[in-house]
Design a protein around this ligand. Structure first.
Ligand code: NAP
Length: 280
């Protein structure tokens, strides 16, 4: 089974649209504010995509585009204003930030109750301790894909490859919460092939083209490929050798069209949930 991330993301957007309309009926206009600093071309594309998705589901999106020379104090001042603005339910500061700005200080300045990306340390703590809070969008989207496949994680061996704060670590927490036996692999892992061969679920979030060979996959395993890599020939590929892995896996995500569309859909879901909570 090839997991159709576009179709699942469309379903998530439809659900969020209903929530947003229900809030509107109570007089609450769900609002997401996106802050972009500088002129990183990839960030411009990502922000455009996020704002377009907001429009589609009825979320009011506002963008603050600041010059690359913005100081940390200026950015923190804007975040403080947004924290206090009742019409803004979710705040997203697009990364990366210019070198004069301390990313961690900015992410920590966002009120946890407005943290649309789920990156605030308070919300990360909520995830690990089982409290409801916005969740990092990419792993949150992976969980939705795993549920769509109908994989019961209880007692299964789940392997997460990658330990970043935005994908690998929160991914491991979400799988653990669902009673999987979780292994986290990273660049110092001694025997990646052996780890993959034991796993009932593989989530690859490395950023290296086809590093996970198809022949390593345990027959019947579910494979979720978060990686997005541009090959020398221009083709966009994942971290998993797709064709060979698809022959062994029971279900697998393609790249593109797998995890990618889910990330923005879960951002919308986080924003609607924040608006609902702020409206009581
Ligand atoms: P990252 O911060 O660079 O983390 C990569 C992780 O991979 C690190 O933990 C690193 O280990 C590990 N790694 C590197 N080489 C390895 C190897 N040979 N064997 C095993 N592990 C290895 O990247 P990220 O932000 O998590 O993103 C990972 C990938 O997902 C990228 O391709 C990115 O473009 C993609 N991504 C996609 C979406 C989406 O919406 N589809 C969203 C976010 C990210 P160490 O910690 O030891 O260095």
């Amino acid at each position: 089974m090839i997991i159709d991330g576009k179709a699942v993301a469309a379903r998530v957007r439809a659900e969020v649209g209903e929530q947003v309309r229900a809030l509107a009926a109570r007089g609450v206009v769900t609002g997401l504010t996106v802050v972009r600093v500088g002129d990183d071309p990839a960030s411009a594309v990502y922000v455009r995509g996020k704002r377009k998705a907001c429009e589609e589901v009825g979320i009011r999106s506002v963008e603050h585009h600041l010059p690359a020379t913005t100081t940390q104090a200026e950015l923190l001042e804007l975040v403080a204003r947004l924290d206090a603005d009742p019409t803004c339910h979710g705040i997203l500061v697009q990364l990366p930030l210019p070198p004069q700005i301390d990313e961690r200080a900015v992410l920590e300045a966002i009120a946890p109750a407005k943290d649309a990306d789920g990156f605030h340390p308070f919300n990360v703590g909520c995830l690990w301790t089982g409290a409801p809070a916005p969740r990092a969008c990419t792993p949150f989207g992976v969980m939705r894909l795993v549920d769509e496949v109908g994989l019961d994680l209880e007692g299964k061996r789940a392997l997460v490859i990658g330990r970043s704060n935005i994908v690998g670590k929160p991914m491991a927490a979400m799988l653990l919460e669902r009673h999987a036996t979780v292994t986290i692999a990273h660049s110092r892992t001694a025997d990646l092939e052996g780890e993959v061969a034991r796993a009932d679920l593989v989530v690859a979030a490395v950023g290296r083209a086809e590093i996970v060979r198809g022949r390593w996959i345990k027959p019947g395993a579910v494979v979720i490929d978060v990686g997005m890599n541009r090959r020398a020939d221009g083709k966009l590929v994942g971290d998993v050798e797709f064709a060979a892995a698809a022959e062994r896996a029971s279900a697998i995500t393609p790249v593109p069209g797998g995890v990618g569309p889910m990330t923005i859909a879960m951002l919308l879901a986080n924003t609607a949930a924040l608006a609902a909570r702020s409206a009581g």
